[in-house]
Write a protein that binds this ligand. Structure first.
Ligand SMILES: C[S@@+](CC[C@H](N)C(=O)[O-])C[C@H]1O[C@@H](n2cnc3c(N)ncnc32)[C@H](O)[C@@H]1O
Length: 121
């Protein structure tokens, strides 16, 4: 029988999970302050990248060596400015120890953006 435990918390601190105990991560972080997602959630883009870095450190800690983390994300344009979330997420994850493995384009005809990207690290 499979048992499932749901933890409500902040992914920057997953103390419930021991080191190297997770076999696969699939996550969809906020799209910065995208109007369709969480407008005004972050005070600035650097604060957003700090969140990604904090989550990435914890993901790297809990993942078993050789396993992958998949990030569903996309660049977003806010008030005319295009934020390079995909590139910055890859760079941030490499900075916390991941290796960049793959980039997958996911066509989502019903979705707000139409496309999303899966970044595998
Ligand atoms: C783009 S949405 C993804 C939603 C999810 N895929 C779903 O279908 O419900 C981003 C999610 O990240 C969550 N989030 C934001 N900061 C977080 C954090 N520090 N720890 C855990 N989750 C966080 C938000 O609450 C939101 O549900």
């Amino acid at each position: 029988m499979v048992s499932v435990r749901v933890v409500f918390g902040d992914s920057r601190d997953m103390h419930e999970l021991p080191n190297s105990s997770v076999h696969l991560v699939v996550t969809s972080p906020p799209y910065y302050n995208a109007p369709f997602d969480f407008p005004g959630l972050f005070r600035g883009y650097d604060e957003y990248l700090d969140l990604l870095r904090g989550v990435g450190r914890e993901l790297f800690r809990v993942l078993r060596p050789g396993r992958v983390a998949v990030f569903v994300t996309m660049d977003v344009r806010i008030d005319g400015r295009l934020y390079p979330i995909v590139a910055d997420l890859i760079k941030t994850m490499i900075g916390v120890g991941f290796e960049y493995q793959e980039r997958i384009i996911w066509r989502k005809p019903e979705a707000t953006l139409g496309l999303a990207e899966g970044v595998v690290c």
